[in-house]
Design a protein around this ligand. Structure first.
Ligand SMILES: CC(C)(COP(=O)(O)OP(=O)(O)OC[C@H]1O[C@@H](n2cnc3c(N)ncnc32)[C@H](O)[C@@H]1OP(=O)(O)O)[C@@H](O)C(=O)NCCC(=O)NCCS
Length: 195
């Protein structure tokens, strides 16, 4: 459904780009997960199960297939040749024009607004290129750094799903943030410098 003859990239500004990763990138993606394991594990339920680059390769293959079929996919964050983390669309529900976004950054790369810019670029893509009407981000209640991203970008806090995620032996509540295409357009008109 989508062309695969050239690398798919989204420019997020200031030298940051989002790129569909090929399976042979698996070793360095896994190396970053491994380096940042304690940091990522606090909020991501899949980290303990990520034990080798072979699994990462399988995940990247699924992502490429998802992209090719018009379904969900993940993109790597890069500055130059440096891989920093990932952002992904969980799915595209085109009947209802919905998508949701998830993300992680290697521990060394936080605190500089990179993921905020990546989310701006991902939302621009979803609204402009994919005809999406609503983008959702769900964050654990205690994950204040993650929650700060949709809050910074003007997403509406719609509520809390109680015990909606199982995180290493205990449930956590998830805060739901969403923004609509028309709200994004207004936001862009008033903050043209951002993204
Ligand atoms: C969630 C996560 C990606 C947030 O990372 P982050 O570095 O806080 O987010 P950003 O890259 O957008 O950077 C924002 C920070 O940079 C600062 N910043 C600097 N320049 C900035 C700019 N131009 N724009 C926005 N923020 C900027 C912000 O003030 C903020 O720092 P602060 O928290 O000290 O105030 C990261 O903590 C992470 O990977 N956590 C583990 C995985 C996870 O929780 N994933 C989300 C699951 S829902």
């Amino acid at each position: 459904m989508f062309p695969m003859n050239q690398p798919f990239q989204i420019n997020a500004g200031d030298g940051l780009r989002l790129e569909l990763l090929m399976p042979d990138e698996a070793p360095r993606v896994f190396a970053e997960i491994d380096r940042s394991r304690a940091h990522l594990r606090e909020w991501l339920p899949w980290v303990d199960a990520a034990v080798n680059a072979r699994q990462t390769r399988a995940h990247l293959r699924e992502s490429i297939e998802g992209f090719a079929r018009g379904q969900g996919f993940s993109l790597g964050l890069f500055e130059g040749d440096v891989f920093m983390g990932m952002i992904g669309f969980h799915a595209f529900d085109m009947a209802n024009r919905l998508t949701s976004v998830g993300y992680w950054l290697g521990e060394a790369y936080g605190g500089r607004g990179r993921m905020t810019r990546a989310v701006i670029a991902a939302c621009d893509y979803a609204f402009k290129e994919r005809g999406i009407n609503r983008v959702t981000i769900r964050c654990a209640t205690g994950n204040l750094r993650s929650r700060a991203i949709p809050e910074r970008l003007g997403f509406v806090h719609e509520g809390c799903q109680r015990e909606a995620e199982w995180l290493y032996g205990q449930p956590v509540d998830l805060e739901i943030y969403a923004i609509l295409a028309r709200e994004w357009a207004v936001r862009k008109a008033f903050q043209p410098g951002q993204g």
